[in-house]
Design a protein around this ligand. Structure first.
Ligand code: ADE
Length: 471
């Protein structure tokens, strides 16, 4: 993740972000920081970037042109068009959910204001997100940007060491974190709770969950209400748990936000741009799809769980390509026996030979342009795994934004040697280790895929899902 910060005080950002865990992230290359001094883009000898506001009033306003030129200098360095976050008390409030969403970006630009703000015209041209860290006013945007950058940075894979990345932390599942204790066992005549000394994992887990619930109820009743709604929503989805594995996984991984929940109908907006819908009847479906079509964020992918939703979605959201697929889910708790057909490892930092092998295999697979782009996005996010035999890449697979296994491919000359099985086994076992539920969407009529998934022990849902995307 690369942070670009447009600021009048680059040293404040560099000194703070370069310290402690974020500093370590910079050293390891998991994070990168690029500060731009807006003053360097002033068009006068005195490097003045502010002036009095039209219409009168106190204070000074940062002028449009230096901000615009500073932004342009960053844009030229970026591959895509990164989101530009203007930190301002007039934005919507930063929450953990947004930190998770932003941590999935490859680059972010923060714009820090000072004085009485920034000329509205440049904000209109470049800003994509207006975000505040709370209902109070700071002297400038730098501290607010640092707060957000810190919260985002710790969610970037590899920034926290394993022992630091708590599985259960505040806001996970809409609960606050449970109380923590360390040595000594007795301090000021206060004992560590008996359950934590029991050595019984189940008892410890149950105690922690109860404490987290109690604490949230007492300190943040608003959040507790969210927790209860979420629990009810999960119970509803569990009634057809194979069909709804995608939605349950989106909630479990804290990617999904409940957009709608009423009786037996649920819609989730996943921070990866996927919208999931399951509806009791066409009438309920219509209501949800209207909500989605009026939503500011438009779906990159729409996953529908009933056929009656498909035509309605097309009417409301325009022409969409549709694939009908059956969910296959690994429902067991125990890992699959390890396969020795190939060495499986993530395809991240590739050597030239490996890069060539990947390109060759992608070419050989004959996939279309859209699939290729999805594969590349998956690859950039470090979600592609390679199967190596005697040091050469012979197959790969990736995990899609929805969490499903995709892009499984083994070179033609290397089939029937258990390489596909080794890839999927490694993936299933890795997900189980993370507490996730592995699933795959198999196209109807793909007999060999069906047999392959069943041979690994994945169970098919009774009905399919319809996956819609812009053609
Ligand atoms: N700049 C000044 N106050 C701020 C706040 N509360 N949040 C974000 N940016 C700010």
């Amino acid at each position: 993740m690369r942070f670009h910060v447009l600021t009048l005080f680059p040293e404040l950002i560099e000194n703070t972000f370069g310290t402690s865990i974020t500093g370590r992230g910079l050293e390891s290359g998991k994070l990168a920081l690029h500060t731009v001094n807006i003053r360097d883009y002033a068009d006068n000898r005195h490097h003045k970037v502010d002036d009095s506001p039209y219409g009168g009033g106190a204070g000074l306003v940062m002028q449009a042109e230096p901000v615009y030129r500073a932004w342009e200098s960053v844009r030229r360095e970026c591959a895509g068009a990164p989101r530009v976050i203007y930190v301002t008390p007039q934005g919507h409030t930063f929450r953990q959910e947004l930190a998770r969403e932003l941590a999935r970006e490859e680059e972010l630009i923060f714009l820090c204001g000072h004085y009485e703000g920034i000329d509205e015209r440049v904000l209109k041209e470049i800003v994509t997100d207006y975000i505040s860290i709370g209902d109070y006013v700071l002297t400038g945007g730098e501290l607010a940007a640092l707060v957000m950058m810190d919260a985002i940075a710790r969610l970037v894979p590899g920034v926290l060491h394993n022992q630091e990345s708590a599985e259960f932390e505040s806001f996970h599942n809409s609960l606050l974190e449970y109380p923590q204790y360390s040595r000594p066992e007795t301090w000021h005549e206060k004992q560590v709770p008996r359950e934590l000394l029991s050595g019984n994992h189940k008892e410890i887990e149950d105690w922690r969950l109860e404490q987290a619930k109690k604490r949230t109820r007492e300190r943040r009743p608003d959040l507790y209400e969210e927790y209860e709604r979420r629990q009810a929503c999960e119970r509803q989805l569990m009634k057809q748990k194979l069909l709804h594995t995608d939605m349950l996984e989106s909630l479990r991984a804290d990617r999904g936000r409940i957009l709608h929940f009423e009786e037996e109908s649920v819609a989730l907006a996943d921070c990866e741009g996927i919208f999931y819908v399951t509806a009791k009847d066409p009438e309920a479906g219509e209501k949800i799809l209207e909500k989605i079509s009026n939503n500011k964020q438009k779906p990159a992918l729409l996953v529908l769980h009933q056929e009656f939703l498909v035509e309605r979605a097309r009417k409301l959201l325009g022409p969409l390509a549709c694939e009908r697929r059956f969910p296959y889910v690994y429902t067991q708790k125990h890992p699959l026996p390890r396969c020795y057909g190939a060495e499986i490892r993530p395809l991240t930092e590739l050597e030239d030979q490996e890069r060539e092998d990947v390109a060759k295999l992608v070419q050989e697979s004959g996939c279309g342009q859209r699939k290729k782009e999805a594969f590349l996005a998956c690859f950039r996010k470090g979600r592609v795994y390679g199967a190596f035999v005697e040091g050469r890449l012979r197959g790969f697979m990736g995990q899609n934004q929805a969490g499903d296994l995709d892009f499984l491919y083994v070179g033609e000359l290397w089939r029937r040697r258990g390489i596909g099985r080794a890839l999927e086994t490694a993936w299933v076992n890795q997900l189980l280790g993370q507490g996730a539920r592995p699933f795959v969407w198999v196209e109807e009529g793909e007999e060999s895929s069906r047999l392959f998934q069943e041979s690994l022990g994945l169970c098919r849902a009774k009905s399919p899902v319809w996956i819609l995307a812009k053609p």
